[in-house]
Design a protein around this ligand. Structure first.
Ligand code: NAD
Ligand code: TDX
Length: 327
């Protein structure tokens, strides 16, 4: 059996990833380290919690002793780092924990991997860092797209901390030869996303006939991907990606926030009047859009779930799982 260690696996993307990966990779044991912050919910993993190939460790990726203990015990072949403080608005009010988890936590994992794998020369190992399109900063011109080589120009403490982590990952590749891969994905939607994020905010408010807060003038644009398509892209990058490479993961499905709220209200058959314009987010990025040609051509990946279908399914999932929201 091979061993895959993931961090942050009780969060939105990590829990979708674990459930998908375990079912399809029967030759793998999967170990999940998660601190269970407000964003982590162990119940996201209910469907696989009794799987004998799944092991959960409650812990902080900044804790070097714990990380080393887990690495020595399980000797992972590969590591995928999902763990992060992930919400831009929280990073504006409380930036310091973003530096701890996103930068120091990533470095602690890199150090652990270097010591564990260094002894045998990194044969076949991979350290995959789950990063974000936000590290590139904002686009104003609707014809521009970010490439993997584009400059890092983050706007928020969140995106600055993710950019810092990416740079540290790159430095470990250059300095120690660690076989790293960085993926940079656009905005995810799907089941189990914490209610602070935009799509669950829209659905939850609309279901209760509360207004939906739209920051600024609502013309900010995001590129949206279903979380399952993101998980499949990560698996392709892990198994077929080239060490040292960065892969953008995008769909080309760009939607303004105003348009997204309107679509959700339509799916739920609620009045458009629930939309309410509120004060803008400080440093609010205007538009994110990725050029994802590299992962499509080199790793034969493309998104399969169209936004129109995925959004309808996602909204229905939230509607039929009110208890999950309460938790
Ligand atoms: P999330 O906030 O839903 O989950 C984060 C998880 O990490 C939680 O389970 C939390 O308990 C855990 N965690 C936080 N701090 C930890 C620590 N110090 N030690 C151990 N565990 C800790 O986040 P998400 O939306 O699932 O994002 C996962 C990753 O994907 C993040 O790295 C994020 O930057 C990246 N990403 C997210 C999106 C998106 O649209 N959500 C897009 C691109 C990239
Ligand atoms: O109530 C809201 N009203 C609103 O207009 C919220 C919560 C958000 N917004 C806007 C801000 C953004 O333009 O909607 C857009 C999406 O907001 P978020 O869901 O907070 O996501 P974003 O800031 O784009 O960052 C997300 O995508 C990239 C994730 O939270 C990050 O973890 C990921 O890296």
């Amino acid at each position: 059996m091979k061993v895959l260690l993931v961090t942050g696996g009780a969060g939105f993307i990590g829990s979708n990833f674990i459930t998908y990966f375990l079912k399809r990779n029967k030759n793998y044991i999967l170990v999940n380290i998660d601190k269970l912050t407000y964003a982590g919910n162990i119940n996201n993993l209910r469907s696989i919690e009794n799987n004998p190939r799944y092991h959960f460790i409650k812990g902080d990726i900044c804790n070097y002793e714990l990380v080393n203990y887990v690495f020595r015990k399980y000797k992972p072949d590969h590591i995928i780092n999902f763990a992060a403080e992930s919400h831009v608005d929280r990073s504006i009010s409380h930036p310091s924990v973003f530096v701890s988890t996103n930068i120091l936590g990533t470095m602690t994992l890199l150090e652990g991997a270097r010591h564990l794998w260094g002894r045998h020369g990194f044969q076949g190992n991979r350290f995959l860092q789950v990063s974000t399109d936000e590290v590139y900063g904002s686009l104003d011109n609707s014809n521009d797209y970010f490439l993997e080589e584009s400059n890092l120009d983050p706007s928020s403490p969140y995106s600055a901390s993710k950019a810092g982590a990416d740079l540290m990952v790159g430095a470990f590749a250059k300095t120690y030869g660690l076989p790293v891969i960085i993926t940079r994905c656009c905005n995810n939607y799907g089941p189990y996303q914490y209610s602070e994020k935009f799509i669950p905010t829209c659905v939850l408010n609309a279901l209760q006939d509360n207004s939906i807060p739209i920051y600024g003038d609502g013309t900010n644009v995001r590129e949206w991907i279903h979380v399952q398509d993101h998980c499949i892209a990560i698996i392709r990058a892990l198994f077929y990606g080239k060490p040292g490479q960065i892969y953008n993961i995008g769909t080309g499905e760009e939607v303004s926030n105003l348009e997204m709220a309107a679509r959700i209200l339509k799916i739920l058959d609620k009045p458009q009047e629930l939309i309410r314009m509120v004060k803008d987010r400080p440093g609010h990025d205007k538009r994110y859009a990725l050029n994802s040609y590299k992962i499509k051509s080199n790793l034969n990946w493309s998104s399969k779930i169209k936004l129109e279908d995925g959004l309808t399914d996602c909204v229905r999932w939230y509607k039929s799982n009110p208890d999950w929201f309460k938790e």
